[in-house]
Ligand binder design. Sequence first.
Ligand code: DGL
Length: 269
Amino acid sequence: MDRPIGMFDSGFGGLTVARATIDLLPAEDLVYIGDTGRYPYGSQPLDDVRRFARELARSLVDDYDAKAIVVACNTATAAGLDALRAELDVPVIDVITPGANALVRATTTGRVGVIGTVGTVSSGAYPRAIAETGVPVSLTSSACPGFVEFVERGQTTGDEVTVLAERLLAPVVNANVDALLLGCTHYPFLARTISDVLGPDVTLVSSADETAFAVREQLDALGLLRDQSAGQGAHRFASSGDIEVFRELGSRLLGPELDHTEPWRAADR
Ligand code: DGL
């Protein structure tokens, strides 16, 4: 099956999921769209984010012939997952369910935290997904406005981001959680700073690896996996914003596979 996996995010955050997917499934072709022309999603009305998600997913299916869609964005998942699943005739894989499953596995005290964008936290998607695991935990959620902007500027460490992290993470520090889910795909790029603020006893859980496993499982179940001995897959990256900026920062964040970025426009469809 030589059709690509289609993946999207508001910008660079989903590259954490792309990295994990490329590492786990190196033979798969992948098309990634970073909607940097319209980011950040986290502070925008969920109705608008749902519209963006539908445009992006539809383009990945119609223009790139994607065989599956990975919504590599928590905010877009919270806003639009049900609509995407209802509309598309390819499997749609999200980051929230795999993240919730990993979080409840990681805790030993049962006190867990989730951080995400304002949109994700206010949607209640994580409390619902965690309740669906059936594991009784005490959850503290905290929105972290500003984190995404630091990542999009390529500023992932330093005093400014540390000061912000100390303030935004105070609720989860005070709740004495032992596992914290990075409920925004941008946040793994800030893991060092977040970990410094929380201390070594708090396990940071990223949904990137778990989502890659979910992709493999779904594709395998549907007979859509590419023969993994077929050699290295092709990786295409597109952006609705400045493609040079996307290539430059994206290659620093993802690695050498991101050596070229093509333009993507909602109006092109
Ligand atoms: N990376 C996205 C997420 O997982 C969105 C960040 C944003 O654009 O605000 O929520």
